[in-house]
Ligand binder design. Structure first.
Ligand SMILES: C[S@@+](CC[C@H](N)C(=O)[O-])C[C@H]1O[C@@H](n2cnc3c(N)ncnc32)[C@H](O)[C@@H]1O
Length: 254
């Protein structure tokens, strides 16, 4: 169960960061390509004013927030583990150079390149960190207008019901029509963040599709082409992106 995992005491944020994000890997470059196009195309067509965004289970990963930044006047980095919350908070005043290649990858699309402000200044202005539990997000149904959740629902539990509920909580936190992007480890057996081994739920494209379809309108589930062994014990990565449905095909909670 997710509640039994020592997220505070045992998640080694810096070991996880070193392993996954010290350099821009092919898989993350591919994800950045997909989401910059998805968000860029959505907001170009929509053309409304600034919105609020959320990245659920942010960990120590800043690139989902960077990907939402051009259109947001507020971005919540929502995370459970204290050590990850500390890392995220330490990045607000001026994020590490580690993240520059990620921003540069986004800047291959004009809407990022033409941001009217230094990205660190914009990040400082709009990003806030909130410690919280994904299962409590039902309190904020429909609150955010763009959202991301990368490697969380399947990488926080070995229990399939909790995986599905995690996706549901994320999706329900989004307003009708909100664009979203999610990423999942395919058939993960679990992973290390430092010494401790963390559980994962074995999911493939069909489980990802099934978890989203009641809450998403138009959406796409796609296996990444790049297969660098960034994170051990899994068989690839899945990205799913699209729009929050205007109404659910299940009964609302609360
Ligand atoms: C594999 S990490 C992914 C982190 C980051 N999103 C990334 O892309 O690297 C899983 C994250 O989920 C967080 N997490 C675990 N249980 C959670 C919960 N109940 N609510 C919110 N976050 C949770 C962990 O603390 C960790 O940061």
């Amino acid at each position: 169960m997710n509640a039994d995992v020592p997220w505070d005491a045992a998640f080694d944020s810096i070991a996880y960061l070193d392993h996954n994000y010290r350099a821009l890997q092919a898989e993350d470059a591919e994800i950045l390509h997909i989401i910059r196009d998805h968000f860029g195309d959505h907001f170009r067509k929509q053309g409304a004013g600034p919105v609020s965004g959320i990245d659920v289970g942010a960990g120590v990963n800043l690139y989902p927030a960077l990907a939402m930044m051009p259109w947001c006047d507020e971005i919540t980095l929502f995370e459970r583990s204290v050590s990850n919350v500390d890392y995220l908070t330490s990045q607000i005043e001026g994020y590490d150079e580690t993240w520059d290649p990620f921003w540069s990858a986004l800047c291959l699309k004009d809407c990022y390149r033409s941001l009217d402000m230094d990205p660190r200044e914009r990040f400082r202005k709009v990003v806030r960190v909130e410690q919280g539990d994904i299962f409590d997000l039902w309190r904020h149904e429909g609150r955010w207008s763009v959202g991301t959740m990368f490697f969380v629902a399947e990488s926080m539990t070995a229990v399939h019901e909790e995986f599905a509920l995690g996706v549901e909580r994320f999706m329900r936190a989004l307003a009708p029509g909100a664009p979203f992007a999610t990423a999942f480890m395919a058939h993960s057996k679990g992973y290390h963040a430092g010494e401790h081994f963390f559980p994962a739920c074995d999911v493939g494209e069909s489980e990802v599709r099934a978890s989203l379809e009641a809450f998403a309108g138009d959406f796409k589930v796609q296996r990444l082409e790049s297969a660098a062994a960034v994170r051990d014990g899994y068989s690839g990565m899945i990205v799913a992106y699209g729009w929050r449905a205007n109404s659910d095909s299940t009964i609302p909670v609360g």
